[in-house]
Ligand binder design. Sequence first.
Ligand SMILES: [Zn+2]
Ligand SMILES: [Zn+2]
Length: 374
Amino acid sequence: MSGIIYSTKMPVPENMNAWVLKNPEELVQISKPVPKPGKAEVLVRIDAIAICATDLEVMKYGTPALIEGGTPFNKNFTPGHEYMGTIAALGPGVDEFEIGERVTVEIHAGCGQCKRCRSGMYTSCHNYGLNYGSVNKGHRANGFTSQGGFCQYAVNNINTIIRVPRNMSDEVATLVVTAGTSMYGLTELGGLVAGESVVVIGPGPIGLLAVAVAKSLGASPVILIGTRKNRLKIGQELGADYILNAKEVDIEKKVREITGKGADYIIDCAGSEETVNQSVHMANRGGKVCLAAFPKNPVNFDIGYLAVNNIYLYGIRGEGKSATHRAMAFMAENRFDPGLVHTHTFDMNELPEAIRYARDRVDDAIKVVVTNSY
Ligand SMILES: [Zn+2]
Ligand SMILES: [Zn+2]
């Protein structure tokens, strides 16, 4: 394509190393052409990428990835979506960024032409996965419907690019999507949570950073519920006022004791039948529950309690409404240290081993980051 701007200070090779998904849970490293940025796009040289639980899901089940209208297996598809890197080329007409800038990315660009994208809800794009063939809507969600980041270069829409401050490490910069997802949950619940009580269930990466973001927004008290002591301790370091071990205390009773009438906001990052019901039962009248994780199968749910008590239930998808930009603003000001959830680093060539650490939680792994060396 003509009009692409390259620079001699960042030479871009013709081909790159890329991991691609063959059959379920089978990744192989191949050589692929380096992609070319189009209009409103840049080429990012990937320096670091974090492994997410959703990557593990995509590699095992295929969903929520959607490639050429179906599962992502045996389609030369590169998964991975939580990456950061250096801008290596500019698509035609792009003057918003410069080659050599360090950036991190959000996943979803959406299609830009549907009703949801037009209202800023590009993570709920109506044309999800429709970026191929004769009905091509140009949808992009890297690592889900378009090529991801377990490789050396990826193309990103400029609206998914966020500058990384000089003093922030590559590893920490990969965590902006995780913090952005937590931020989006709080945005959807109302945003102004200062002085309001927030309960987070499930101290995985999104739950732990939900504690940090809620605290940074002034929520009080912030209560974290989990079962793994080491993770609860990290939650405390990220600002939780109370940590409750669900194995040791009656958490619904305890939340009522702490808050008086129940919590104003509950973010369920565990997503089991048990926690969905606990979330609703912990809410005060008129309280709000956000499902940041969800049960895979239909569950028994106390919907009567929800209706009678005017409790609101929200589903969130991804890092919507530019929440990553707000998360980065907090991270850049050191309001909290997302590095506390980063536990392990591997080289890109060792990706299968890195995935094993993330999946099996080897050595208490929380966030595992993979880096490229050039
Ligand atoms: Zn993710
Ligand atoms: Zn759309």
